[in-house]
Design a binder for this molecule. Structure first.
Ligand code: SF4
Length: 359
């Protein structure tokens, strides 16, 4: 990954790439090959944020590293803390773009929700990021940097270590496969986050699901379904026109057949839009077929959209219908509502305006 000043960002390299790059760097300086391992250890194991802190390397080698490489950390543009313990960060990247990540505590566990793009081009009608439009792809280093900065924040603020990662922040991860797949490798092999503790959430980018099915690691897959039939889904998720539900289901069958982890369906519940009990019957049919777990998420209101969340009773009835039909389902509690923790909201608040797709 290249930073704005053309130095190579070490955060965007996989362990084997770091080793190869650094070995060649040190060989050119007539330094022993083990120096590469020393640097990798500082980056992955000790969260080094600059080369000055690599105290077991000679000063001249630290200077040479700083000239050739970067450790591109984002700047904290804003950090907000919810009364429920959810912490949201708005990161400013080297070119001024803003992305968000959210730390969500559940007892002793801590989940980090990562962004994969600045903005999003998918235009889902219920999503604040979708309304904000697409800015650019993140590179692998910018994704990994959110993890590093978040775990430093957690350690400095007496939080437990991050136990799981979800790609459910801004952006559609499978529309940025090159960077996201590299970041998955880096987080898994470099930082030691188990594949089963990392969930990639997609709105249904079929080629990306098929590519995930081909990966040897067992990363988890969540699918933002939000409607159990094409007709309704088209109104909520524009990507449905490109990859209709039957095609998406085929891809999920392939993911299952490849030995993937259990799939989760994410279903945002919007009053009067997709919460009719008959839709629960349809959803149960889809979920049962591929053994999917269903997460029901009360709609998180966003500026300028009139929809409201389904009532608690409606959500419980919907969940019970699913369970009666043999589907495991949970109602996700909204977290961090007081700090606009749903994806894309903080950026919109920070910018104080809507950015359109045409910009
Ligand atoms: S729900 Fe996800 S894919 Fe859809 S617009 Fe929002 S960030 Fe993009």
């Amino acid at each position: 990954m290249i930073t704005t000043d053309e130095r190579v960002d070490l955060l965007g390299l996989t362990p084997s790439e770091i080793e190869a790059r650094l070995k060649s760097h040190f060989a050119g300086r007539e330094q022993p090959a083990y120096r590469a391992t020393q640097v990798a250890r500082w980056i992955y194991g000790r969260d080094a944020t600059d080369f000055k802190s690599l105290t077991d390397l000679p000063a001249r080698e630290r200077e040479a590293l700083a000239q050739a490489f970067a450790v591109a950390e984002p700047r904290t543009a804003r950090a907000t803390l919810s009364v429920d313990g959810t912490a949201k960060h708005l990161w400013e990247l080297a070119d001024g773009e803003l992305v968000e990540s959210v730390l969500i505590p559940h007892g002793p566990r801590l989940t980090l929700c990562l962004s994969s793009q600045a903005g999003c081009a998918m235009g889902c009608t219920f999503c604040s990021t979708g309304w904000g439009g697409f800015r650019r792809q993140l590179n692998a280093g910018e994704i990994v940097a959110q993890y590093r900065a978040s775990r430093r924040w957690a350690a400095a603020n007496a939080r437990p270590p991050i136990t799981s990662l979800v790609f459910m922040g801004m952006g559609e991860p499978l529309a940025n496969r090159k960077a996201v797949f590299a970041a998955l490798t880096i987080l898994n092999q470099g930082y030691g986050v188990g594949a089963r503790r990392i969930t990639v959430s997609t709105v249904g980018v079929v080629p990306g699901i098929l590519e995930m099915a081909r990966r040897p690691e067992q990363f988890r897959l969540a699918v933002s379904l939000h409607a159990p039939n094409s007709e309704l889904r088209r109104q909520l998720v524009p990507l449905e026109k490109r990859y209709p539900l039957p095609v998406l289901m085929d891809a999920l069958r392939t993911f299952n057949a490849a030995g993937g982890q259990r799939i989760t369906f994410e279903y945002t519940m919007i009053a009067g839009v997709n919460d009719a009990p008959t839709l629960a019957n349809e959803l149960a049919g889809l979920a049962r077929e591929i053994g999917a777990y269903v997460n029901l998420i009360p709609f998180n209101p966003i500026p300028d959209v009139d929809w409201t969340a389904s009532s608690r009773q409606k959500i419980l009835t919907f969940a019970n219908r699913l369970r009666e039909r043999g589907v495991r389902a949970a109602v996700r509690q909204p977290r961090g509502r007081d700090i606009a923790a749903a994806c894309g909201q903080l950026r919109v608040v920070h910018l104080g305006r809507r950015v359109t797709n045409q910009e």
